[in-house]
Design a binder for this molecule. Structure first.
Ligand code: HEC
Ligand code: HEC
Ligand code: HEC
Length: 88
């Protein structure tokens, strides 16, 4: 590959990663959420009420949504805080 092509390739791969791996800030460790992986598993309305767009998550609603589904499905982290809250 020539240089300009490599640059474009890096730019596109960076964009696609940053567009899907979401980060929610929390004082006890930020939470990373693979939106794309979850989108492939579920319909939008599993998490979005109404049109799929930005919505606010907080401590209570975040735990209700994320841990609620993981418990229900017996998949994904629900027990150990550090499975979601990454301190390093
Ligand atoms: C399935 C993932 C998940 C697990 C497991 C989880 N959390 Fe959370 N937690 C979140 C999300 C998402 C938020 C919302 C973050 C935000 O509002 O930006 C959150 C928010 C919080 C907050 C608020 C932080 C702040 O800055 O306001 C606290 C405190 C917290 N969690 C504690 C815990 C504790 C204690 C445990 C273990 C018993 C735990 N969490 C397990 C996903 C998780
Ligand atoms: C497993 C849960 C889940 C599923 C399924 C899901 N989303 Fe999301 N989505 C979220 C969460 C959590 C956020 C982050 C909340 C926020 O900050 O806006 C989000 C944010 C978004 C945003 C705002 C992006 C941004 O950068 O702020 C869009 C647009 C979106 N989702 C579209 C979709 C579409 C389209 C689908 C279905 C194909 C879908 N989502 C399926 C949980 C989900
Ligand atoms: C509607 C159901 C549902 C919701 C809502 C949901 N998840 Fe999940 N999540 C899953 C399932 C199912 C898996 C297991 C996927 C697998 O193992 O293939 C999973 C796996 C995960 C994993 C482990 C992924 C890995 O790479 O091993 C993390 C971390 C996670 N979820 C975080 C979150 C956070 C944070 C939220 C809320 C913002 C959330 N999830 C909301 C269903 C859900």
């Amino acid at each position: 590959m020539n240089r300009p092509l490599i640059f474009v390739f890096l730019l596109v791969s960076f964009w696609s990663v940053s567009a899907y791996a979401m980060k929610f800030s929390a004082y006890n460790g930020d939470v990373y959420f693979d939106h794309r992986m979850h989108r492939l598993l579920y319909e939008c309305k599993a998490c979005h009420e109404g049109p799929p767009q930005h919505f606010e998550l907080d401590h209570e609603s975040g735990h209700k949504l994320c841990i609620g589904c993981h418990r229900k499905e017996s998949k994904g982290p629900s027990r150990h805080c550090s499975d979601c809250h990454k301190t390093s």
